[in-house]
Design a binder for this molecule. Structure first.
Ligand code: ZN
Ligand code: ZN
Length: 536
């Protein structure tokens, strides 16, 4: 390793939108930026969350973990990392993220871990790294971007960000950071596919002002519970239009509580604790992604114990449809429509804006920062490549490195290049137990869902070992009643295979293979076969 060089190792977030985690290495010192989780799509049966493979850092000297903001894809894996580290390294997070992390750590039995609060202009001295924290604009309050001074040069990490035309001071600040000289830019690529600029949060508020004024009936408003800026606007507007507000959904109630305690939400006078009877009420609820058990999902499927949609209620999804969730959301909306309620969502009305910069905003960022080198971050592989080609308008190609999770990139005073790769295995977790789900478990689940299972029970004589009876049961496969011939054939096969066997382990394996083979020969999908020998 060249003297004074710094290595960057993305452990997550550079191949997907989610599980963001970047490691910066200088000599012995390791600095971690963000430690997030990802929610899987439906193809990962029963996996609740995915977290980065952070085994690489477990035996390293971690000089600090700096969190940019409180979204799950930036904080959600922290409790799992801390459980695996012997002593917690110093952790830094801005106000709202700190409160969310604290709640999370308490739930994980790590309530004693101290989190230091970062503020605008804070400078953190973390080993060989000097981290300057600046507030930025994003869809969650207290979001930071980081200017990191390292022995190899200055790195600017945008965190998740956007520009807002109504917040010129923020743009000025980013411009000034650029004027000080940035060697390497790491920038959010989430919205690289979107042209132009994102709407301002103020535009959204103005549109809701009109809706709240015009609507005669009840409004069910689903929004990400972490977007307390927007929730705060809703509460202001409810106050203005004298509409009562009822909160529903665990994270909505929890986050509003936290934001209230921190003094982020001030106009809370319209919040009521009983379901309001007035037709002019507003229900602030969870479930914009059709998450199972969320408030809107239960309303849509008429399984909510307290609330029920009525014809002419207005249901608003003030959020984007996260890729992978579209089908579930469409189904949810169909069920809402069936009950006679009207629906508004981002695709047909300006009631949502993204927290991530669109293409024109990203161009502006490149013009402001004028880095010597660039790595696109926070995106799926195509996003990273698109962002790299956009940056080619501003930088020579050799100054841009498109890297993925596990790549080791080296920054020196005059170069940026990939020098190595670490193989990573994403970790699949069961949310309730927090236990890892091994790849074999997932393979079995997929197989079970596609082909079902056959259980063959062999009853043998304890003394003579002769096979007395064979019972074949199935689930998710053809039924025995309707297709007795298939089952008769399988039974015969079991008798034949048993006759040729040496020991129990061998016969189980023979039956597993034999039954699958004979079904395949009949052009049937071969299910999982589970033989079991009982001796009586
Ligand atoms: Zn975010
Ligand atoms: Zn993010």
């Amino acid at each position: 390793m060249a003297q004074n060089s710094v290595k960057l190792i993305p452990l997550g977030g550079l191949s997907e939108i989610g599980q963001n985690m970047m490691v910066l290495v200088s000599g012995e010192d390791h600095l971690i930026i963000d430690c997030g989780l990802m929610f899987p799509d439906h193809s990962l049966l029963g996996v609740d969350i995915i977290i980065p493979d952070f085994s690489y850092v477990l035996d390293k000297k971690i000089t600090g973990i700096v969190i940019t903001h409180g979204h799950e894809d930036h904080i959600g894996a922290l409790s799992y990392l801390l459980k695996e580290l012997k002593t917690p390294p110093p952790i830094y997070a801005p106000r709202f993220a700190k409160a969310l992390i604290h709640r999370r750590l308490e739930e994980a039995g790590l309530g004693k871990v101290k989190i230091h609060q970062t503020q605008e202009g804070h400078v953190l001295h973390l080993g060989k790294f000097e981290v300057h924290c600046f507030l930025t604009v994003h869809s969650i309050i207290d979001s930071m971007c980081l200017l990191i001074k390292t022995p190899a040069g200055t790195i600017f990490h945008t965190g998740d960000f956007k520009f807002d035309p109504y917040l010129p001071d923020h743009q000025e600040k980013i411009k000034k950071i650029g004027e000080q000289g940035v060697d390497l830019l790491l920038a959010d690529s989430t919205n690289i596919e979107r042209d132009g600029s994102s709407l301002s949060e103020k535009d959204i508020k103005d549109n809701f002002d009109k809706i709240f004024a015009q609507e005669k009936g009840r409004i069910f408003l689903s929004v990400f519970a972490s977007n307390v800026q927007r929730i705060s606007h809703f509460l202001e507007l409810a106050h203005k239009h004298k509409r009562k507000v009822y909160l529903d959904g665990r994270s909505m109630i929890g986050n509003v509580e936290i934001a209230r305690e921190l003094g982020i939400l001030t106009k809370t006078d319209m919040i009521v604790s009983e379901v309001p009877k007035s037709p002019r009420s507003i229900f602030l609820i969870t479930g914009s992604q059709a998450e199972p058990y969320a408030s809107l999902t239960r309303l849509a499927y008429e399984s909510h114990s307290e609330l029920k949609l009525k014809p002419n209620d207005l249901v608003i999804l003030s959020s984007r449809f996260i890729p992978g969730n579209e089908r579930a959301i469409h189904k949810l909306m169909n069920n809402i429509a069936k009950q006679g309620a009207r629906i508004l969502y981002g695709e047909i009305s300006d009631i949502h804006t993204s927290g991530h910069a669109h293409r024109d905003e990203l161009k502006k960022l490149h013009q402001f920062i004028k880095p010597r080198f660039f790595i696109p971050i926070h995106g799926e592989i195509r996003h990273l490549h698109m962002h790299a080609s956009l940056s080619a308008e501003f930088l020579p190609e050799k100054s841009i490195v498109t890297a993925y999770n596990g790549d080791v990139i080296e920054l020196t005073q005059n170069s940026l290049k990939k020098i190595n790769h670490i193989d990573l295995t994403p970790i699949y977790l069961d949310h309730i137990t927090g236990d890892k789900l091994e790849p074999e478990v997932l393979r079995d689940r997929r197989k079970l869902s596609e082909t079902g299972i056959i259980i063959a029970i062999l009853v043998c004589d304890k003394k003579t070992s002769s096979l007395k009876d064979v019972y074949i049961y199935s689930r998710g496969f053809f039924s025995k009643e309707k297709y007795p011939r298939i089952f008769d054939a399988l039974e015969k096969e079991v008798y034949a295979l048993y006759a040729s066997h040496q020991n129990d382990t061998e016969i189980e394996e023979l039956i597993r293979i034999g039954l699958r083979r004979s079904l395949k020969q009949k052009d049937l999908k071969a299910p999982i076969v589970l033989p079991s020998i009982i001796k009586i």
